[in-house]
Design a protein. Structure first.
Length: 239
């Protein structure tokens, strides 16, 4: 969608909706069509923000070619690109001070495990954490992750530059580009807890975990106190 695209008002598009469901009331249908108009506007806003992100000026060149530990030894950030010109790095909360990995990071990465098979056709994807590589690989095996590439930022140089200057155990998401032999920072998530609206659980936008997007479609929503866990009580098999 270009800047000079003339858009039909969202309400007019919503009026084209022909969906009806058994036993719904006129009040429900009117409210649902009003909501549909807002959903169209949300879709448009997501498109506008993505377009603005793509027009960012060139970011800063990385100050050093950071070294990570992989299952096969040391690897530099520039090597994580593989044959791609874009690299997405997610830094998960699993530092040596943690007994177990962050359940929120784990839940999101578990959903990414599936989408990584498609994502890697367009960009390179890497996951880092501050724990030793052996610990990270053991956790990867425990979770059954096959498609996610895991690296240890054992020295913490990358983390202190692009995640937390204080080397805090916090998550981070950054995108880098490579061109003409130069690796540059393109974008990082910068929403902090201080930017949350009243009563809102701190988070960035858009959400990168489909868990929350799906819950947003339900009557109870995300809930005020529920968060993912690493393990749940066994559930009866649905037949």
């Amino acid at each position: 969608m270009t800047d000079n695209t003339i858009l039909i008002p969202a309400a007019e598009l919503a009026a084209k909706n022909k969906a009806h469901f058994p036993n719904e009331s006129p009040e429900y249908r009117q409210a649902r069509n009003d909501l549909l108009s807002e959903e169209i506007e949300l879709r448009r806003h997501i498109e506008r923000v993505a377009a603005l992100r793509r027009t960012l000026p060139p970011g800063g060149e990385i100050p050093e070619n950071y070294i990570f530990e992989s299952s096969n030894g040391a690897v530099r950030l520039s090597q994580l690109f593989g044959d791609k010109d874009t690299l997405v790095i997610y830094s998960m909360m699993f530092g040596p001070q943690r007994e177990r990995a962050c359940p929120m990071c784990t839940a999101m990465l578990t959903s990414w495990e599936g989408t990584a098979r498609n994502l890697r056709e367009r960009v390179a994807l890497a996951v880092t954490a501050r724990s030793p590589i052996e610990r990270l690989l053991n956790f990867k095996k425990e979770r059954g992750w096959q498609n996610l590439r895991i690296y240890s930022d054992i020295k913490g140089d990358y983390t202190r530059s692009y995640v937390s200057a204080e080397d805090s155990d916090v998550p981070g998401l950054s995108v880098f580009t490579r061109g003409d032999g130069t690796v540059r920072h393109f974008w990082s998530g910068e929403m902090s807890g201080a930017m949350a609206d009243p009563g809102q659980d701190p988070r960035g936008a858009p959400d990168l975990d489909s868990l929350w997007t799906i819950l947003d479609l339900t009557p109870a929503g995300r809930g005020a106190t529920w968060y993912p866990k690493l393990e749940y009580a066994s559930l009866a098999t649905i037949k």
